[in-house]
Write a protein that binds this ligand. Sequence first.
Ligand SMILES: Nc1ncnc2c1ncn2[C@@H]1O[C@H](COP(=O)(O)OP(=O)(O)OP(=O)(O)O)[C@@H](O)[C@H]1O
Ligand SMILES: [Mg+2]
Length: 302
Amino acid sequence: MMDDRIGRLFPAGGPVPADLVIGRTGDIEEIVRRSREAIHTMLTGPRRIGKTTVCAAVCEQLRRDGTVVVDIEVPERTDAKDLLQLVVDRCNRISRSAATRGLLRVALPLIEQTLADQGIPLDLGPLAAQPGLLPTRKILALPLALAEERDRPVVLFLDELQRAADYADGEQLLGDLVDLYSGSTKVVVLVDGSDERALDGMLGAPPQFGKLVDRLILDPRISADIWRAGLAERFVQADLELQPEALEQLIDFGEGRPYPTMTAARYAALGARKLGSATVEAFDVQMAIDEARRHLAEDDHA
Ligand SMILES: Nc1ncnc2c1ncn2[C@@H]1O[C@H](COP(=O)(O)OP(=O)(O)OP(=O)(O)O)[C@@H](O)[C@H]1O
Ligand SMILES: [Mg+2]
């Protein structure tokens, strides 16, 4: 049965599930095509416009035709240690699950083998206590081992990579990524980020991340026509009748901006549910827009 809960149908904050993405088909196809051609991509744009949503949809599509996806949200930290632990964890999990499903040509999961051969523990904690001991490059190379193990293309998706530019060892980390993957066609790097200044820093002066990735700019807006169709369908999925005038109000308020549009639509749907009403009228949307405005203002201060 279809899940018609408001929280799922009107996601406000965080990536939208692939089956609920409104518009963006051109961007998604373009990045999928680039990735298949082994072109590393950096998707940029302001906050909250759907960058992670687009990248996640790309990963989903690539996964469906057999690409192995290593997706990691780059943590906000002072150094690379936790990010490297995530790389170890993700790669190891993917490798082990492939082994369980009998997909490997060898008996032992290669990631575990590789780590053991190189004297890298699964828990980096003890190594991380002594700065300089972390085998950054070897860990960042694990996706290459995955590609070899599975004999499949691998996509390494690093969400919010600009956070790494602030790491004490960020320059080394980014430099290693450039060195490891610039010439690689087996592992394709997909990154996104929103902090323009940090990104410019990354792309320009050392480590010259621009040598690795091609930058693609995501439009902060999705056209009114696409929203019209998308929102109309969404309210139907929620078993709510959105009156034409109410729809236009949402469109006008949103001005094409994904997050404000979705937030107002969510409040409108919630309001109708609260009232036990099956119809969403202009008045309801006006209330929802006021609520969305307050919410967005708080968000901006956070
Ligand atoms: N294509 C879309 N369809 C529907 N809603 C969207 C779409 N893109 C973005 N949104 C709305 O914007 C919100 C933020 O999306 P997402 O997290 O993908 O953006 P982002 O640019 O990665 O944000 P951040 O800068 O916080 O990382 C979503 O929760 C949703 O409300
Ligand atoms: Mg994001």
